[in-house]
Ligand binder design. Sequence first.
Ligand code: ATP
Ligand code: AMP
Ligand code: MG
Length: 190
Amino acid sequence: MGLRVVVVGVPGVGKTTVVEGLVSEYSGAKLVNFGTMMLKTGLSLKWIKNRDDIRKLTVERQRRLQKVAASKISKMKDRTVVVDTHLFIRTKEGFWPGLPFDVVRALRPTHLVLVQASPEEVAKRRAADSRRYRDSVTMDDLAEELGLARSFLAVSSTLTGAPMLMVNNSEGKAADVASEIASMLRGAVA
Ligand code: ATP
Ligand code: AMP
Ligand code: MG
């Protein structure tokens, strides 16, 4: 059976760290970062300068980049594909879905994985990561985002029929979380 694993979570929770660990221990897994796909198109159109500019575009432009990325990923033929992406985006026009129906249908997930951490951990990781220009939000805003993530996840699970696994990326435990997901996937193909 082919696996299409869609890994989601709020910005700075540690998705990319976890999925990089996952693909290094789950042989044959192909990692694709949805935002990188959007970035490439956005750069070629000269709409943005970096990946953290994407969410500042109009929703109409973000939607155009989102559709192109989903279409490219839908054509990937690898046996195991791990997609690093977002359930929703905090835009100037409000929270906007990262996996609307056409996108989640194109991705065809077999498994949905939500990476979680406490609001305090997420705030600390956002502040400490100088490679990115993440939004600084209040602890209340972060708690809201973490709660919203579970709601959006349940919608994606219901739309696709894919099970949703929620993992806790506690401080210093990213490698353990990667192993937990790898072990779940091994069980899924056994
Ligand atoms: P984005 O959605 O913005 O791409 P992300 O969810 O991919 O964010 P990462 O870039 O993986 O987040 O991680 C954000 C920061 O948190 C990085 O500096 C990373 O090294 C750190 N980090 C990730 N997981 C952990 C962990 N378990 N313990 C401590 N630091 C962590
Ligand atoms: P990331 O490095 O995962 O933060 O991806 C860069 C940016 O791409 C994110 O901050 C979002 O603006 C955008 N992005 C990623 N996945 C999606 C998605 N499924 N739908 C819309 N935008 C996305
Ligand atoms: Mg990331």
